[in-house]
Design a protein around this ligand. Structure first.
Ligand code: ZN
Length: 248
């Protein structure tokens, strides 16, 4: 098991940790600030600073899987190629300082929170989602046309409103009682652990802009999103409209 520090505090960019496993897939730690690929959001990259001060470059982060492909609860830090000599020195028990590429992550947080704003602006089910450091795309199950400028303006208004973005959780039973909370047809919230993490956009007591189960990393206020534009709208199929977001 890896303690997932990024779930409660997405602004955490570094932590000390201990190596728990070194496998062909990469390095597992007892705790980490690295977000693993999931829910449409790309895995973090960054560096693990070893006990002797040498930096090991991490190219990607994934959820650890067992031989049957089932998640183990561990998080694998995938090293960039060409670091064999450094990797050979690693062993469980050693301590490291884990540091993500902050700028890259910040871009993904800005885009991820924007995709949730888009769920408010375009109230249709989502059947595909991808969040990278350079762009994000959401596929909506809908047949009506969408307008690029209109969507960009609607997002800009929600960013200008400086709405708080807060992490909370609900029980499996609460989610069952409110199935409309799940806006994604392609990503199902993880059940069975008792609580399901939610992301709420909108001030307490004010209008609720968006509330949905999500395990991703988000900015704390929509004002942090800055200038984002809808760069493209595609008719992906007769029943799917794809919206692509980018930085202005
Ligand atoms: Zn999300």
């Amino acid at each position: 098991m890896t303690e997932e520090l990024f779930r409660q505090d997405a602004r955490l960019h570094a932590c000390s940790a201990r190596i728990t496993a070194c496998t062909d897939a990469g390095i597992e730690l007892d705790r980490t600030v690295f977000y693993p690929l999931g829910g449409g959001q790309a895995g973090d990259s960054g560096v693990l600073v070893l006990e002797d001060g040498r930096p090991l470059t991490i190219a990607d982060t994934r959820k650890a899987k067992d031989a049957d492909g089932q998640p183990t609860g561990g998080i694998v830090h995938v090293p960039a190629a060409g670091q064999e000599a450094l990797l050979a020195r690693l062993a469980p028990g050693q301590s490291v300082a884990a540091r993500i590429d902050t700028e890259r992550r910040q871009r993904m947080m800005r885009l991820h929170t924007t995709t949730h704003l888009l769920c408010h602006v375009v109230p249709h089910l989502v059947n595909g989602c991808s969040i990278t450091p350079d762009y994000a795309r959401l596929d909506f199950a809908m047949t009506d046309p969408l307008d690029k400028e209109q969507l960009t303006a609607a997002i800009a208004a929600l960013v200008a409103a400086a709405l708080p973005v807060t992490v909370a959780s609900i029980s499996d039973e609460e989610l069952d009682a409110n199935p409309a909370l799940v806006k994604s047809m392609s990503v199902q919230p993880p059940r069975g652990t008792g609580r399901i993490r939610t992301i709420r956009i909108g001030a307490e007591g004010g209008p609720l802009i968006d509330l949905q189960p999500c395990g991703g990393t988000h900015v704390a206020n929509t004002a942090e999103i800055g200038a984002i534009v809808v760069t493209k709208i595609e008719k992906k199929s007769a029943t799917t409209r794809r919206v692509v977001l980018g930085f202005a």
